[in-house]
Design a protein around this ligand. Sequence first.
Ligand code: AMP
Length: 508
Amino acid sequence: MNKPANANLFSRLFDGLDDPTRVAIETVDGQRITYGDLIARAGQTANVLIARGVKPGDRVAAQTEKSVAGLVLYLATVRAGAVYLPLNTAYTLNELEYFITDAEPSLVVCDPSKADGIGAIAAKVGARVETLDADGKGSLTDAVATAKPEFTTVARGDDDLAAILYTSGTTGRSKGAMLSHDNLASNSLALVDYWRFTNKDVLIHALPIYHTHGLFVASNVTLFARASMIFLPKFDPELIIRLMARATVMMGVPTFYTRLLQSPALTKESTAHMRLFVSGSAPLLADTHREWMARTGHAVLERYGMTETNMNTSNPYDGERVPGAVGHALPGVSVRVTDPETGKTLGPETIGVIEVKGPNVFRGYWRMPEKTKAEFRGDGFFITGDLGKIDRHGYVHILGRGKDLVISGGFNVYPKEIESEIDAMPGVIETAVIGVPHADFGEGVTAVVVCDKNAAVDEAAVLKALEGRLAKFKMPKRVFIVDELPRNAMGKVQKNILRDMYKGIYEK
Ligand code: AMP
């Protein structure tokens, strides 16, 4: 696949398509959408966008349930030279008000049930509203049905914007990460190679499409490889295990893996047709990796990325996939670990902040030039805010977000270290360690632990198990046993919620 004259991601995806009859997307209700269909539908939808006044560079915001029409809207927006802005379906009107007034789209597409509320917000920025429901029906679809499929893909340069994705923003306001056509194309092409995608692959696509993982990694990689995807509206473990009989790859967040492991139907036999399981967006517990290996004979391939950078590192396809590590920098990407205070590059096995540079790294935060400047080094490296280290063998390890670092009595405590110790106890499923304001220590190390239902694990048992294994300043001051940890849709533990829940416990 050579680079076509037009750097538009759509051209890079589809120019030179050899077989339009190949199936690109299958749905659970039996639809089979070929590559030819997909291009035609994107053409029709792009024509509707233009008719609604969308111009190159304009934002098209979409808060819709996952559907093929939703994916086509993304492709059509890019094809029309506009900027796609997907919004988490969980956002309330109050939250949408911020995104819509910040991004000032010229068109907003939403579920019919929200059309009135969103209409009032859209009116403030002069945006039009079209609707699209979970079944792919709505005013947008009605207009698309009668539109012409012919459409000349709008010429774009490498650095022109293809999408803005707002970061999940667990602290402060979320920021719009501006992603260019080349950011998206270069990263997907690197992954096609690294993960050995071919047109024989069938991907189980159960991720949401408002996030980088499901929208770009899963969809773009499949389409670049001319592979096909089975598009599931949501995560359904039993259905997924049945589909493994004819699929080859699954991309998931760690919760997919822990939930699939709960099914007795997950066996070596039921996964025999699969060639690759990829995990990312949140840390995959080393235990989950090992259990998956024992049950299925497959080593999950863990990779690391973020909205702002697409994918940065990946465990190798052929070499060792190390549990608890996120692998090496992808080709073309540079990764380094630096001292957060001085910015000096640190050697192997030393914990610091992870920085990345490469064609994958975004063009900055939408309308936040100061914030953007503050998060890049002078030599172009982006400061991810993730703490980690590169081990002796060149594998990157993530130790949590910088903002999750606990500073107790002036000492830095890396939550991951304590979490791993507690996770290793029999009967413990997972742990989140947080810093909670403490009258004497500034922050008190606090562990929140999920155990097996029948395990006899309590606070005293956890503290006893840690004794002598951790320096005193790292020892949790309190341990709480809970049924589950709060997570967002991408499987990330929401430590901000935990910090809120436990604040006040160490006050005098
Ligand atoms: P998002 O922008 O929502 O994709 O979140 C990106 C963040 O998720 C990263 O900065 C990491 O903190 C975290 N993350 C992504 N992949 C992994 C992984 N494999 N292991 C640990 N953390 C991860």
